[in-house]
Design a protein. Structure first.
Length: 300
């Protein structure tokens, strides 16, 4: 039961996909990460996915650690070569997911650049309809990160999967059961949206969680506002931000979530550079405490 309790919600981290993936995992594995999300920026076309999967399997063999997901972050809704490569990367990762032992491929939903979000919905359906079918045929799920990448409702160039209203529109456009969310509280908090209310409502569609938090500087907001000269929000590693991850994990459990919380590092303004892994391991141990350790009941 103890292993089953841990396996219900694992705590891991993101790892860049590429020639250094296997060695990076090998070096950080002793820190106690329980899962790894392997991520590519824009394209994976230059990577031999079969060879990479074999290397990852070798380094994880016998450890009980898993690959939670494989991901590619780009904009697949446009017409240029980058968008074409990104669409092809989604296909390749869908086809290769089982080689990594995962059934989850994640990334950005894309966007028609600098158009209001509703104008992207027909293109989203056209692009991800066939991808969702391809994935379903292989037993694979797709999940979109709720990151705005600096975009707003009216303008942007990366991702439409930003807020609950966007998710509702996406579901109406393409009601595929194997499409869900790669959710984190940070991207809502920096828009001054309460993440807990949406977590309770959308937990059934959350397939993967990015372990990233935020700090909101309310004193700065009160003095300068949100359009002033001072930065008023910072992305943080869990344990250093404003969220209570005990509450987040409790809501995930209540909603029946089974999956991984993978720390999205390289954003914290304090634990960065030489302190990157210091912050990530502190976040790992914090999240494990929030998850709690299984203790068997007395047998009477």
């Amino acid at each position: 039961m103890a292993a089953e309790f841990k396996d219900t919600i694992r705590i891991g981290t993101l790892v860049n996909g590429g020639p250094g993936t296997v060695e990076y995992i090998r070096q950080i594995l002793p820190h106690g990460f329980e899962s790894f999300s392997i991520t590519f920026w824009k394209t994976c076309l230059g990577t031999d996915l079969k060879k990479l999967a074999e290397g990852v399997r070798r380094v994880l063999d016998g450890t009980g650690v898993i690959v939670s997901s494989v991901s590619v972050f780009g904009n697949p809704l446009m017409d240029g070569q980058e968008a074409k490569d990104n669409r092809e990367s989604w296909k390749r990762l869908i086809d290769a997911a089982n080689l990594f032992g995962t059934d989850l491929v994640t990334g950005f939903a894309g966007r028609v650049v600098d158009k209001p979000i509703p104008e992207s919905m027909p293109v989203y359906k056209k692009v991800f309809g066939p991808l969702a079918k391809r994935a379903a045929d292989k037993g694979v799920r797709l999940a979109f990160e709720n990151c705005e990448m600096g975009g707003t409702w009216d303008k942007g160039d990366w991702n439409i999967a930003q807020t609950p209203l966007c998710w509702e529109m996406m579901h109406e456009a393409l009601p595929a059961g194997n499409i869900g969310l790669e959710w984190e509280p940070c991207h809502q908090m920096v828009k001054l949206i309460d993440p807990m209310a949406q977590l309770r409502k959308w937990v059934g569609k959350i397939f993967h969680v990015h372990g990233k938090d935020a700090t909101i500087m309310w004193d700065v907001i009160r003095e300068y506002g949100i359009r002033g000269p001072k930065q008023w929000a910072f992305h943080r590693t869990p344990g250093f931000g404003d969220s209570n991850w005990t509450d987040i994990i409790s809501e995930l459990r209540r909603g029946g979530f089974k999956g991984c919380i993978d720390i999205e590092g390289w954003h914290d303004p304090v634990y960065r550079g030489d302190l990157e892994m210091t912050g990530q391991v502190a976040g790992l141990n914090y999240l494990k405490r929030c998850r709690a350790a299984f203790v068997p009941n007395p047998k009477v």
